[in-house]
Design a protein around this ligand. Sequence first.
Ligand code: HEM
Length: 555
Amino acid sequence: MTTVDMNINQSHASQRGIFHDQTGSLASGYNFTVLYWFLSLSLLGLILRFVGKNYDEFLPSKTAGVTRYPKFIQRLLYLVWGPRILDDAYFVANGKSFKIPTPGHDLCVVSTPELVQEIKENSSRQLSLNGIAKDLLQPQFTIPAHEWLDQRTHSQGHSSGYVRAIQTLLTSHLPQFQPQIEKIIRQAFEFEFKQAGGPNAEGWHDVKIFGLMKRTITKLNTYIFFGEELGQNPLFTAAALDFPQSTFIAAELLRCLPSFLCPLGLNIITRNRWAEKVMMSYLVPIVQARLDAGATGQDHADVMQWLIDSSPKKNPWTAAEIVGQILTLWFAGVFQPAIVGSYALIDLADHFSDGDGQGLVDELMSEVRNGLRSDDGKRDVEKLEVLDSFLRESIRVNNSDAVSGRRKAMEPFAFSDGLEVQKGDWVCFPMWPMMRDPARYEDPNKFDGFRFIKANQMLRRGQNPKTVPERTEMKFTDAGYDWPIWGFGRETCPGRWYASLVMKLLLVHVLENYECKMAEPKETRSRWSWPRYFFWRTGVVPSSRTVVQFRKLQQ
Ligand code: HEM
């Protein structure tokens, strides 16, 4: 990139409210567009709270459901109450399939193992995950460098290439990456604490947790995807943080605009596609240089190289097409871990400040202290069973998305129970209500960090626990009907081992070094307190205002 380009981009970065310290770390990833949307949605939420006193009261009773309202109201309500509407409809349907009207299409919800099997068997042909991603991200406008197919075609290298890059190659390199991941987490926390203004008189650092997680995950993913050098580049990392959020917001707008207005809408929201252009301007020359040099995985161990290696031999992709693929993958890897990590730290902080939770915190701390290390001194976090159980319970209680296994019907489809899905409708599995279903989880509204470890111990002894639905031992990275957070079948998340390592190392870092508590603990919260999360469609997004306090432990 030329100096002039750099200057233009740097000035864009500062216009967008992205600042860096001397070491080039990210300080604040928020831009005004994101702020505007957050404020508007928060305002809408606040108005509705006043109208209806609180979320649950505003919605009619469980049995009546929102089906009382005209369909267009139901479609609008889905935008801001998706999970609650799903919850309501799930309990009314009592195990049967059902549909929820949403803007643009119906959500067809199936919940039995047999019907989930039908999703798996018909994925790619009639029911497509790519179709969902195309609806969500509007890539024809937002990531034009990469041609998105409606269905997965393994022969052309699309999709299967990135699954191999993430599932096989990234996972097999995790032991090698672990020390650097630990270092990045340590430095990211130190940096965030400094940015937040240092400790108060009692030694507590106040940090907005969702922002911290988004920036930390961006730094980690930049290292994993592109190697160390770009991870140190402030402009690139600012763009890498901005790209998923501004594109996601733009795509939401594009879904409502007539197509002739889309380019204009996109340019306004993404400021002339600033983040995408910055990322492309750095990545295309690097990819081109690697292609020219015939570089392989022996030369560079990073996701970018593994994607280059998976380019089809016949009609290989251009550098720009490969970068388009990388940007697509970038989406998948940032949001979910940032949300899951935020909820896990909030749950940890809640337990630190809660007398009953202290037992769990003590167990976690002692497990981490005595944690197994391999011969080369590396901690084997996958062997920390209490930590695994805690993380699973945190996800059970706070799903980042209320549904799993989403597929778009590329043609009309009928499930064997008679549920008819029209072309363009989405099908999905009701993860949020099923994880709160008392028929599946005993005392489902109670956060029990030991729930899954106790269940595994019982199953090992040949007993059937009532506290969980599974009948074989499971851990965080397992996938299936009883643990649907990673999706189903061939589309099951390929990044789950990397995500698990990162989540667990983050928690280990906190448990080893800090005590933490919520700035506004549960007991002091009232119905007027700012919600800790908000809904957008089926997403359950942590509020960017939620503050967790950390204090260095005396060693
Ligand atoms: C806690 C974090 C994460 C969660 C909860 C999660 C969850 C999911 C889910 C539910 C799906 C859809 C599966 C389906 O519909 O059947 C998915 C797909 C995917 N995830 Fe993740 N994910 C996480 C982290 C990651 C990370 C870190 C990466 C990459 C580094 C990643 C890469 C992908 C990719 C590439 C797909 C699409 C797979 C395909 O098209 O076959 N995920 N993930």
